[in-house]
Design a protein around this ligand. Structure first.
Ligand code: HPA
Length: 249
């Protein structure tokens, strides 16, 4: 049986509409996850919620213990992850306020613990990451989006940068040439670790600003805050609808 988790990013450190039945502080072989695993009912569906940056948003992207987060979800019996990220928009269809379902990613991060392969397994495994996000979950989200009243950008290339600083305009121009349409700081190694752990993983990205140099303006934290506040409810409506449909099948 499937068990669903939501990993909340910036703007989603708490899931206010989760009727919490348990808050479990766990420790994994890789250390402590970003926060407790909050189990409960969301939109009528049982889910586990984990705040990627911690419940008080204390962890910058490069200090999130991605391995502990994924290992904790796996140990809790989770099979399927909806990963919510706030991103900068690079592609012209990815302006602030848009909700994007990326289908590809490029990893520009460095120095993060990015694999469970620690040399102790009998055989090295090279997981296939050709399609980094679950095709089945992307199809489901695209199918339910109209009923949820959410207009989705159907694909995108998520470029994962190291942060916590934002990028330079030249870095974004390079990413654009590489084919990135979105930029964020947390998609990797999270997506690859989920694949290593055998979890179905999909990312839903809320665009909260034009990436550096794209809109011709400097990036405003007020604008980011505005889009986080206004866009997250639509993202959650979408996930709630997807959960309802998935559980009814
Ligand atoms: N760059 C990287 N990460 C981000 C951005 C950005 O412009 N906006 C939100 N997360």
């Amino acid at each position: 049986m499937k068990k669903y988790a939501i990993i909340g990013g910036s703007g989603l450190d708490r899931l206010d509409t989760l009727a919490v039945s348990a808050r479990r502080h766990v420790v994994t072989a890789y250390g402590v996850p970003s926060g407790p695993l909050c189990e409960g009912q969301f939109s009528g569906a049982p889910v586990v919620f984990l705040a990627r940056h911690g419940e008080t948003h204390r962890l910058p992207p490069h200090l999130v213990n991605y391995r502990a987060n994924i290992a904790a979800l796996k140990a809790a019996g989770v099979t399927t992850v909806f990963a919510i990220t706030a991103v900068g928009g690079i592609g012209k269809e990815c302006g602030p306020g848009r909700i994007v379902l990326p289908d590809q990613l490029i990893d520009y991060t460095w120095g993060r613990e990015h694999t469970f392969a620690d040399g102790t397994a009998n055989e090295v495994q090279h997981v296939d990451l050709t399609a980094p996000f679950s095709t089945e979950l992307r199809t489901l989200l695209l199918e339910v989006a109209p009923d949820a009243g959410v207009e989705l950008v159907e694909g995108g290339v998520y470029g994962a940068t190291q942060g916590p600083r934002l990028e330079t305009a030249a870095e974004i121009r390079r990413m654009e040439r590489d084919g990135c349409t979105l930029v964020g700081m947390t998609g990797m190694p999270e997506a690859a670790l989920a694949r290593e752990a055998g979890l179905d993983y999909v990312m839903i990205s809320l665009v909260v600003n034009w990436a550096a140099g794209i809109g011709g303006k400097t990036i405003s934290h007020a604008e980011i805050g505005h889009h986080l506040e206004h866009g997250m409810s639509a993202v959650l409506r979408l996930v709630g609808r997807a959960l309802g449909v998935a559980l009814s099948r």
